[in-house]
Design a protein around this ligand. Structure first.
Ligand code: NI
Length: 172
């Protein structure tokens, strides 16, 4: 984990495309604590809304949310082994990602979502979310499955972004 704080991984890095492994309690607790400490610093530096473990090179099912969302997320910052069920009408919102720097696009996603996850102690909790929080958790869980938000854009938008994405992949 020595490279954790160096930078957030950018599209083109294979770790962003892997399906992450579930974390195990209590075996992984020390690893989880170290990982979270590094991720909190990385998210704070990058000023993002959320950060998934693969974005710092660790292919495990964990993400954190920026403290700005504390109220919506009922005080939860760390989500381990999350399971989500998006539902409701499709809603358009602009989205961006620290791993796809400089690109912001409007994307449709279900407006609501439930999430069940474990906290740092391994205790389960559930939330029923809407608005930005529902969008954030869908975006972060996608990361754990190797999916980036640009994958979900329409074919036309993808085509328009092709050159910029190619440059990001080459520059890393
Ligand atoms: Ni992202």
């Amino acid at each position: 984990m020595q490279n954790l704080l160096k930078s957030v991984r950018v599209i083109g890095d294979p770790v962003l495309r892997k399906k992450s492994r579930p974390l195990v309690f209590p075996e992984d607790i020390l690893y989880i604590r170290t990982l979270i400490a590094g991720m909190v610093k990385a998210l704070d530096t990058a000023e993002g809304l959320g950060l998934a473990a693969p974005q710092v090179g660790e292919s495990v099912r964990l993400f954190i949310a920026a403290p700005d969302h504390l109220e919506e997320l009922n005080g939860h910052v760390v989500f381990i082994n999350p399971e989500i069920h998006p539902y409701g009408e499709m809603e358009k919102r602009e989205e961006g990602c620290l791993s796809v720097p400089g690109i912001y696009e409007v994307l449709s996603r279900p407006a609501q979502s439930t999430i069940k996850a474990q906290d740092v102690r391994g205790n389960y909790f559930s939330l029923d979310l809407d608005g930005l929080a529902a969008r954030l958790i869908q975006h972060e869980v996608d990361h754990l499955d190797g999916v980036l938000f640009v994958d979900k854009l329409s074919p036309i938008k993808k085509k328009l972004l092709k050159g910029r994405l190619k440059r990001l992949k080459e520059e890393g």
